[in-house]
Design a protein around this ligand. Sequence first.
Ligand SMILES: [Zn+2]
Length: 267
Amino acid sequence: MELISIAAFTDNYIWMLHDGVDAIVVDPGDAAPVIAALKAHSLRLAAILVTHHHGDHVGGIADLRHLLVGKVYGPAREQIPQPCVSVHAGESLTLLGLDFSVIDVPGHTSGHIAFFLADCDDGKAPILFCGDTLFSAGCGRLFEGTPAQMHTSLQRLAKLPGNTRVCCAHEYTLSNLRFAQAIAPAGPALTRYVAWCEAQRAQGLPTLPSTLATELQVNPFLRCTEPDIVAAATARAATLNPTEPLAADSDPVAVFATLRQWKNDFR
Ligand SMILES: [Zn+2]
């Protein structure tokens, strides 16, 4: 199985997994780059997976339909503007002989799902297609969900194996890292990762997939109980709202909510 990131729009990635004959694509917001990739590798389009309803994730489905041998699979709790098979959290989906499990990750949108492939059948690390929920060093904006929902969703993903390849749908890494460096003193892991990501981008290469082990070290949104992040969030909350500061031993959801709002306002 080969994993390819297809660049689309300004900073989207459409992920493709193929066995040399058949391909699965995830969140095809645009058909043209997918068609080009199918042609370049002489592949059939066997299935489309959709994580959530936003246009930059589903906009290409209509123009891919005539090439599609199999089906489109999308979240049961969202309206996808194309016919698709609804899949629920906890369900397992077998495609190209691979078992994908569906994980509920509401927050960015209310019915957002992720697809997890524990066994790629070739000895390689597991793969997570997480749409706009988890980004490298960041997370999606809360368009439809609450901080508590998103925090729970991220914690669900954080429990997956550390070597999991994290396939996010946007190249936001450098901007997220600027935020991570600004809010708390950077440890050696963050400093090393920043240097690596800057080198990748300087060569026009993706920073993705990341790994979950890396994210647990560098992503402030997965580190809401770590003392440096709790201290940063507590100080921020005290500045914004001196009458209702976070407690020093604040609960992780309050820390997460403070970080998410801080990132929204961060320039
Ligand atoms: Zn989105």
